[in-house]
Design a binder for this molecule. Structure first.
Ligand code: FAD
Length: 471
């Protein structure tokens, strides 16, 4: 690796942690360790660089726990994680100066504002003679490497995934390092300063609304691997048949761990490949289905890379003319708080508020209800999910909303309007999920329906026709 990243300087190597809060299968850390110099590990809370989207509240809670866990994991191997807050560019310049670093390594990000920040930092560092290098750490397939026959990007999942799986398989994961030689005892200077994590105020205090999140989740790399193993040993064979039923706990629940990079998709891929050896029939089909869902995550990043405004702009420009009525704030609050009078919608929205997550089938139903029965612009729902999901993801969240709206890539047709009552009967037939989340369901205390499903369906279709056939 040293010959691949030549440097005549001997200072430490800075490893800049971002959406990859782990130490195993971390290509940038792996390469830095091969350098043989001490490691300066840093995380930068960047709320200042232009265009970088501020994290939502649930995501900030997760980040706090994740950084605490990563700090402990790095310290256990002899290193130290520095915390700095501010615009990443000036912080990197200052840190290189303070530590006399010879190189800065990181794993790539895929949103345009983040890429712009990274590209500027890389060229500034290189102009000053510092080796700067980025690695592929957060996806199975780098978005620009998957191309159509004409050299373009994909807008439909099936051919995209076929192209991904036709090429060389994802690389084998790197093992966790045995040690991370840090500052102490190696360099003859004071260690660089670090912020105190608590001073960042990522966790809610007044009021502390995170009790449900704490009960539902244990962020961190070790938990991610334990969860993956539990899933592979338990639910994997029934994933295909039960993944749509929210009461069955048949899915992996890995999305926040993947979002924050506490586990890498290469690790998930490799462990699933091993687990599926020996499986046959529906169990094998289930394993393939699971990996295909991981493929949807890849697709959302492919789409984000090629359409950076995914969270704000309709992928299909025809939707720009959609006649959204003014938002009824009271109705919006009823949706947010799970008081619509439609049990599956309310169960999903309350699960989200309580745990920072929601089952995929119910995400589709609640999103469809907001957009198509309440005629609220998908961007309003995307923002609520962004603030409340622990897995709030810059690619999968806006992609999911545009998919439901019909304005996105390979999207559900607009005229497919989920009936929340039929969805509940099909996917929660014993009302187990509903009763878990809406205890007063079926009593007088439960709210009356907010809308008439038939009327609102007709209004949504009429609005859609006006976009399809503008007069
Ligand atoms: P599993 O079924 O176990 O799947 C394994 C992994 O595959 C997931 O952890 C996830 O990384 C990936 N995956 C599965 N389904 C999808 C999908 N449809 N799109 C993209 N990746 C997928 N997912 C997020 O990670 N972050 C989001 O912010 C997000 N917002 C969404 C918003 C809407 C409106 C919708 C309809 C879907 C959204 N999803 C999002 C996708 C999906 O709902 C979650 O990834 C899934 O519920 C996570 O549960 P799991 O880890 O048990 O998934």
């Amino acid at each position: 690796m040293t010959s691949e990243h030549p440097t005549d300087r001997t200072g430490p190597v800075i490893v800049w942690f971002r959406d990859d809060l782990r130490i195993a299968d971390h290509p940038a850390l792996h390469a830095a360790l091969e350098h043989g110099q001490p490691i300066v590990a840093v995380y930068v809370l960047d709320e200042e660089s232009v265009g970088v989207r501020p994290l939502g509240s649930a995501a900030r809670w997760w980040l706090h726990q994740s950084l605490r866990s990563l700090t402990a994991d790095i310290e256990a191997l002899g290193g130290r994680l520095l915390l700095r807050r501010g615009a990443a560019g000036p912080i990197m310049t200052a840190l290189v100066h303070e530590t006399d670093a010879s190189a800065v390594f990181w794993n790539r990000r895929y949103g345009l504002p983040e890429r712009t920040v990274d590209t500027a930092i890389k060229s500034d560092l290189r102009a000053s003679g510092i080796d700067a290098h980025s690695f592929a750490g957060s996806l199975l397939f780098e978005p620009w490497t998957i191309q159509t026959g004409q050299g373009g990007s994909y807008s439909v999942f099936t051919p995209f995934w076929r192209a991904c799986t036709a090429g060389p398989p994802p690389r084998a994961p790197y093992p966790a390092p045995d040690s991370i030689p840090g500052w102490a005892g190696i360099l003859d200077a004071d260690p660089p300063s670090s912020d105190d994590l608590d001073s960042w105020g990522l966790e809610p205090s007044r009021p502390d609304w995170a009790g449900g999140l704490r009960a539902a989740w244990t962020p961190g790399e070790a938990s991610a691997h334990a969860l993956l193993q539990t899933f592979l040993d338990g639910s994997l064979p029934r994933y295909g048949s039960e993944r749509d039923q929210p009461a069955q706990n048949a899915t992996s629940r890995l999305s926040p761990y993947l979002r924050w990079g506490e586990i890498s998709p290469c690790q998930v891929w490799s462990a699933t490949q091993s687990a599926q050896r020996g499986l046959t029939g529906t169990a094998l089909t289930s394993a393939t289905r699971f990996l295909t869902e991981v493929g949807w995550r890849e697709f959302t990043y492919h789409v984000l890379f090629n359409a950076p405004d995914l969270a704000t702009k309709n992928l299909r420009p025809a939707f720009d003319a959609f006649p959204w009525p003014p938002v009824d704030q009271e109705a919006l609050a009823a949706w947010q708080q799970g008081r619509t009078g439609f049990a599956l919608v309310d169960a999903g929205m309350r699960e989200l508020w309580r745990t920072g997550s929601m089952h995929n089938r119910v995400r589709m139903v609640t999103a469809s209800f907001l957009i198509k029965n309440m005629l609220v612009d998908w961007r309003e729902g995307e923002r609520w999910f962004w603030d409340t999901l622990v897995d709030a993801d810059p690619a999968s969240n806006p992609f999911g909303w545009q998919w439901v709206a019909g304005s996105g890539a390979d999207a559900a047709p607009y005229f497919r309007i989920f009936n929340p009552n039929l969805q509940a009967a099909k996917f929660d037939p014993h009302q187990q999920y509903i009763r878990e989340n809406v205890p007063e369901y079926g009593t007088d205390a439960y709210p009356a329906p907010l809308v008439d499903l038939g009327e609102t369906r007709r209004a949504a279709l009429a609005a859609y026709e006006s976009v399809k056939n503008p007069s």
